[in-house]
Design a protein around this ligand. Structure first.
Ligand code: COA
Length: 143
C-alpha cells in the first residue's frame, strides 16, 4: 500500500462540473450564498470560463476559485478546498493562478470579501498577501 497523495491539477471550469462544484462548496462548509445554484454557475460560465478555475485530484474536483474582471477592478469569489486536501497549498495554487490570469487581463488591484464565519480564512488570505482595508466599508443590496 502507498500513502502517496494524488497530484493536484488546475483546469478551467466547464458545464459538466456544476454539480461537483456545488457539492464541493457544501463539503468545504463554505458560507452558503444566494448564488450557490446551477443556473447561477451556468450564467457565470456563459460570461466566460477563463477566470473560473477548478483544482482536481484523481479527476475529482477538490478546489474552486472564481475570478472577476470588469475592466476596472479584479475580484476573487468562492474559494473552497476539499477538507481532505487542505494545508497542501491547493488554495494558494488557485489564488496564484487566477491572480496571474487577472494580471494578464489588465487588473492591478483585487478587493476581496473575507467571511469572518470561515475558520482560517483571514489567516489564509493574509498568507497570500491580502490585508484588511481600514478606509472602506462594503455596502450591498440584493437585486
Ligand atoms: C481557506 C481555504 C480555502 C484554505 O485552503 P488550503 O488549500 O488549505 O490553503 P493552503 O494550503 O494554500 O494554505 C496556505 C496558508 O494559509 C493559512 N491557512 C490555511 N488554512 C488555515 C486554517 N484553517 N487555519 C489557519 N491558517 C490557515 C496557513 O498559513 C497556510 O500555510 P501553512 O499550511 O504552511 O501553515 C480552505 O480552508 C477552505 O476551503 N475553507 C472553507 C471555505 C473558505 O473559508 N473560503 C474562503 C472564503 S473567504
Amino acid at each position: 500500500m502507498t500513502n502517496e497523495l494524488p497530484a493536484i491539477r488546475l483546469r478551467d471550469f466547464a458545464a459538466p462540473d456544476v454539480d461537483a462544484v456545488l457539492a464541493l462548496w457544501r463539503r468545504a462548509d463554505a458560507v452558503a450564498r444566494p448564488t450557490d445554484r446551477p443556473d447561477a454557475l451556468l450564467k457565470r460560465l456563459a460570461h466566460g470560463d477563463d477566470l473560473f478555475v477548478v483544482a482536481t485530484a484523481d479527476d475529482q474536483i477538490v478546489g474552486s476559485l472564481i475570478g472577476g474582471w470588469d475592466g476596472w477592478r479584479g475580484g476573487l469569489y468562492r474559494l473552497a478546498v476539499d477538507p481532505s486536501v487542505r494545508r497542501r497549498g491547493v488554495g494558494t495554487l488557485l489564488v496564484r493562478e487566477v491572480e496571474a490570469r487577472l494580471r494578464r487581463a489588465g487588473a492591478e488591484r483585487v478587493p476581496i470579501r473575507v467571511f469572518f464565519g470561515e475558520p482560517g480564512a483571514v489567516t489564509f488570505w493574509e498568507s497570500v498577501g491580502y490585508r484588511p482595508d481600514r478606509d472602506e466599508a462594503i455596502f450591498v443590496k440584493d437585486l
